[in-house]
Ligand binder design. Structure first.
Ligand SMILES: Nc1ncnc2c1ncn2[C@@H]1O[C@H](COP(=O)(O)OP(=O)(O)OP(=O)(O)O)[C@@H](O)[C@H]1O
Ligand SMILES: [Mg+2]
Length: 243
């Protein structure tokens, strides 16, 4: 469960996120969408406790992110758009390191199936410098999934993956949501979001334009038309005069 109330983020005098409130329940996958600079990455970083919010409250799996950041962070994983890896640790050593930080017991038994699920098992003894961009992304994903987080934040998780990798990633996200995980993901690949998300939140200039189930948000901007794509909804919601 993710509960966000009145989240504000300012960078100096500039307000990137304005009074954002929403809730995501276990099993739900929320697509965070909006034009470049709308505040998606900023929001995700605040929710993951990577940067401090200027105001507002965030609860992750019932834990207040400000009052008890360690408990909240134990329950979550953040997958950034630009994965940061350790140059001198192999794929397998990354997982061992993350396991130690999060206190994951018997991590070898968990790491191997994860590497296989993400199709980098044959690179287990390679360093990041020897991996392709997509493989680095997959390693970062494996590291984030190792402690079985209840709450997951993905910033552009599908960019850089090949078509099969995208399908596997979608399946992987859906599998965890069905098992009770709470997921928020930002992406510009709206046709792919439609296949993964149960809910959508549209941001524009740091402000929430709409949120709800995919069906509800679509209905609001569809003007009575049937089968309007999320891409069309996005353009109507963020480009037009509709508020
Ligand atoms: N560290 C920072 N200092 C100052 N301004 C920032 C900083 N990070 C982001 N911003 C500004 O905050 C706004 C939101 O940026 P953010 O990266 O959250 O957008 P985004 O929705 O993720 O965009 P994109 O789709 O391009 O990834 C932008 O106007 C950006 O210039
Ligand atoms: Mg971004």
């Amino acid at each position: 469960m993710i509960e966000v109330t009145g989240l504000i983020k300012r960078y100096g005098a500039f307000t990137a996120v304005r009074e954002l409130s929403f809730t995501v329940r276990p099993g739900e996958v929320l697509g965070l969408v909006g034009p470049n600079g709308a505040g998606k990455t900023t929001t995700l970083r605040c929710l993951a406790g990577i940067i401090p919010a200027t105001a507002g409250a965030v609860r992750i799996a019932g834990q207040d992110l400000t009052a008890d950041p360690v408990a909240a962070k134990r329950a979550l994983a953040f997958f950034p758009d630009e994965p940061r890896l350790f140059d001198y640790l192999t794929v397998r050593q990354h997982l061992a390191f993350v396991a130690r930080i999060y206190g994951v017991a018997h991590h070898e038994a968990l790491a191997q199936p994860l590497l296989e699920e993400l199709e980098i098992a044959d690179k287990a003894d390679q360093l990041p410098g020897e991996l392709s961009r997509g493989m680095k992304q997959k390693l970062a994903i494996a590291c984030g999934l190792l402690h079985s987080p209840a709450v997951m934040f993905f910033d552009e998780p599908l960019t850089g993956l090949d078509p099969l990798g995208i399908r596997r990633m979608k399946d992987s996200i859906l599998k965890r949501a069905r098992a009770g995980a709470t997921v928020v993901l930002s992406s510009h690949l709206l046709h792919l979001l439609e296949e993964v998300c149960s809910h959508v939140l549209i941001l524009k200039k740091g402000e929430k334009i709409a949120d709800g189930t995919l069906g509800d948000v679509s209905a609001r901007f569809a003007n009575g038309e049937a089968n309007v794509s999320l891409e069309e909804i996005f353009i109507r919601a963020t480009g037009g005069t509709e508020s």
